[in-house]
Design a protein. Structure first.
Length: 161
């Protein structure tokens, strides 16, 4: 009788080990699932935030600004359009605004950079305006079409954090 009791206890210990192992595995699996869901939601929120801010900034840049005939001394919102076309004087003035002041005027929380083909400031070709991206963690590109020198061009805004 002693032998059958001993064998019965060994099988109970093996069952308990299996139960503990399965419990630990399931807890790890649930933890990974919850982390993945939260990570995806966080990424989605970041992209939505960048898109919202990028759309807002591009709308302000591609406006007439405030006041509509603004100069460096009285600018509140630095838009570069006049009569739905890029105004070269406004573009030249826009380029002269310090980047930190420009971020403040546009109410930008994230970094940004914009460009379009054949962009010139004071008669000199330039690549773009803003802070050029270098290895951003999250970056979004917004494209719009407008008129520059009586030709349609693609305006591209990069925004990142």
């Amino acid at each position: 009788m002693e032998l059958s009791t001993l064998m019965n206890k060994k099988s109970q210990a093996w069952g308990l080990d299996l139960f503990v192992a399965i419990t630990i595995f399931l807890l790890g699996l649930i933890g990974a699932y919850i982390y993945a869901i939260n990570f995806l939601n966080e990424s989605q929120e970041i992209l939505e935030s960048l898109y919202s801010e990028g759309t807002y900034i591009s709308d302000l840049i591609l406006s007439e600004g405030v006041p509509s005939n603004w100069t460096l001394g009285d600018v509140r919102i630095p838009g570069i359009l006049s009569n739905k076309k890029i105004n070269q004087t406004k573009l030249d003035n826009f380029y002269q605004i310090d980047y930190d002041e420009l971020k403040n005027l546009l109410n930008a929380k994230n970094e940004f950079y914009f460009n379009f083909s054949n962009m010139e400031v004071s008669g000199q070709p330039i690549e773009g305006i803003g802070n050029p991206p270098s290895n951003p963690e999250n970056m979004l590109q917004i494209e719009r079409f407008t008129i520059y020198k009586n030709k349609p061009i693609k305006f591209t805004l990069f925004i990142w954090n």
